[in-house]
Design a protein around this ligand. Sequence first.
Ligand SMILES: C[S@@+](CC[C@H](N)C(=O)[O-])C[C@H]1O[C@@H](n2cnc3c(N)ncnc32)[C@H](O)[C@@H]1O
Length: 336
Amino acid sequence: MDTYLPSMTLETYLCDTVQAHPVLKASVDFGRPGADKALRALVATTTEFDSDDTGRGDSYRRAQRNSSVRWRGMRQLLELAAPSDTAAPRTVLDVLGGDGTIARAVHENAPDLRNRVHILTGDLSGDMVERALAQGLAAVRQAADHLFLADGTMDAALLAYGTHHIAPQDRLNAVTEGLRVVRGGGRVVLHDFDDTSPMAHFFTDIVHPHTTAGHDYRHFSRGPLAELFEEAGTPARVIDLYDPLVVRGDTEEEARRRMCAYVADMYGVGGFFATLGGTDACWQVLEQYFQHEKYLAGLPAKVDFTPAPVVYRSDGVFVAEVPRAAIVAVARKAAR
Ligand SMILES: C[S@@+](CC[C@H](N)C(=O)[O-])C[C@H]1O[C@@H](n2cnc3c(N)ncnc32)[C@H](O)[C@@H]1O
């Protein structure tokens, strides 16, 4: 086996990186049955999140420098994964953690969570994991459906912000793996977008045709999501979660422009937005696609979500808010 990460062998990772991070030292396990095969598949994988040459990796990471944009959703997910019912620190595995956006977001946006919630960043992409490590974060390169972690070593596992990238045939294994590495009484939380949601339509109509890597992924829906957890042996409740994009600016125009730039980088649609001829036209696309009224009216229970993109004044600045309605499964592993 040559490289585990783009510039690191597995041996170096185990001898240096793992030893430097207590959470990795206490949990990493490359000795489970099937690990060799999973490792071979992993290192042969190239993903659209590696770089802009393979898809949208560099622009995606540029967008994530502002960790506050999706903080509202992230915070709710962390509360679901690690409820504040005890002051004891919790270790949450962020299974699709990228270069550590959630770990950074906790540090930058939530002094109250810093000592209570510790994030272990996992990801399929070697480039993502290498960049997380370069920031001093604990991180492990692994596929969601085969985690290189020992049983019961995490307090919670979070599969969020990209769960639709896990191939449908691997989703049951991903949930089973999340449940395996979580201790008894711990939580597994899975977040994605309903395949009838405005976010899913934006991916299909805008991201897929206008990006080099496309976006040919199946999202989730409530029934099959609940069934996935039933099949994994631990039932989950499925809830609706308000997960907006929130960007600030000194003027209304600046807030809108920054939002358009964020969406362009995050979803790799900068080339398409550039053809539209300016902020007003890009904002109109967001208004068209992130209009939630019809979707919200069809939800099983009434929710109090902002239904459409808005710009408002708050604390002396202008805030652009683009709503996104996510669905989230929350499961609690039986205590032994
Ligand atoms: C949309 S990004 C989200 C990254 C980060 N959580 C964030 O919110 O910024 C999705 C991430 O999932 C990773 N990914 C895709 N398929 C995966 C899989 N099967 N197992 C683990 N990670 C995967 C990608 O490499 C990518 O970094």
